[in-house]
Design a protein around this ligand. Structure first.
Ligand SMILES: NC(=O)c1ccc[n+]([C@@H]2O[C@H](COP(=O)([O-])OP(=O)(O)OC[C@H]3O[C@@H](n4cnc5c(N)ncnc54)[C@H](OP(=O)(O)O)[C@@H]3O)[C@@H](O)[C@H]2O)c1
Length: 252
């Protein structure tokens, strides 16, 4: 059994939520490691720009429009990958929204959107990818969760609940995956500087987030990308189950 670090050349990875933030950082990191990166999200213009940038630096990337809350869109995305590459070595589920507000001010529609995207969407993409991986006898699912899953602070109860669900889903999936040579990794970042915080429903919440960002040197999407590369580059007998990374000064 070799324990040398496998190369990601010939590795085909689907990265959801790749049009900005963490997904974009993961896609760049995988591209730099020689993987073929299929970048997916709803904003095609952003994806096209990212593909150009990855290929300009010697990487291989391809864009597929994907709405994780739309079952037909997921089917189409997986068909495109099957036709173009005939395999799928990993999926990195980074698509997510954080429409934070305290319960007294929160809109139920926002709670629903978070569950539709962060958990049902993630599970639906995983369901489709898992079938391909079972068939090929190998694969790796990387789910971007959050330290919110274990903190459940006031101000984002529904968001925290979606991330706790991601963790529970992932652990069960990990156990199922052992029978098919499929590994599962949860990556749980603390504060990462991305557009995520701009979508908060009210000014008070946005101000609270800005205070949190100002109190630390936030992680970058590249920091999270390096974690994903680490998890995907392990020898076959090593399964990294969870990576928790926070800014050094982050308390909670
Ligand atoms: N930033 C943080 O501090 C932090 C910390 C821990 C965990 N996270 C998690 O990291 C993940 C990425 O967040 P981010 O910080 O990178 O935020 P971001 O910059 O806002 O990126 C979110 C991404 O999700 C995509 N997305 C949203 N809804 C989608 C849908 N229905 N279908 C397909 N794609 C969709 C967006 O693309 P389109 O709009 O183009 O579709 C975008 O690419 C999320 O799961 C988030 O919960 C973030």
């Amino acid at each position: 059994m070799s324990s040398s670090r496998p190369s990601l050349a010939h590795h085909v990875s689907l990265v959801t939520g790749a049009s900005s933030g963490i997904g974009e950082g993961v896609a760049r990191a995988l591209g730099a490691e020689g993987a073929t990166v299929v970048v997916a999200a709803r904003r095609r213009d952003r994806l096209a720009k990212l593909v150009d940038e990855i290929t300009a630096t010697g990487g291989t990337a391809d864009a597929v429009e994907l709405d994780v809350a739309d079952a037909a869109s997921i089917v189409k995305c997986m068909q495109t990958i099957a036709e173009r590459y005939g395999r799928l070595d990993s999926v990195v589920n980074s698509a997510g929204v954080m429409l934070s507000a305290r319960t007294a001010e929160a809109k139920l529609a926002d709670w629903r959107q978070m569950f539709e995207t962060n958990i049902i969407g993630l599970m639906s993409v995983t369901h489709a990818a898992f079938a391909v991986m079972v068939e090929q006898g190998s694969g790796h699912v990387v789910n971007i969760s959050s330290v919110s899953a274990r903190l459940a602070n006031p101000g984002s109860p529904a968001y925290a609940a979606t991330k706790a669900a991601v963790n529970t889903f992932s652990e069960s999936l990990r156990k199922e995956g052992t029978g098919y040579n499929i590994r599962v990794t949860v990556v749980s970042p603390g504060i990462v500087e991305t557009e995520l915080f701009e979508h908060a429903a009210d000014a008070a919440t946005r101000a609270r987030f800005q205070k949190m960002l100002d109190a630390v040197t936030p992680l970058t999407p590249a920091d999270v990308g390096a974690s994903v590369v680490f998890a995907l580059s392990q020898p076959a007998h090593v399964s990294i189950n969870e990576i928790v990374l926070r800014p050094t000064k982050e308390i909670e």
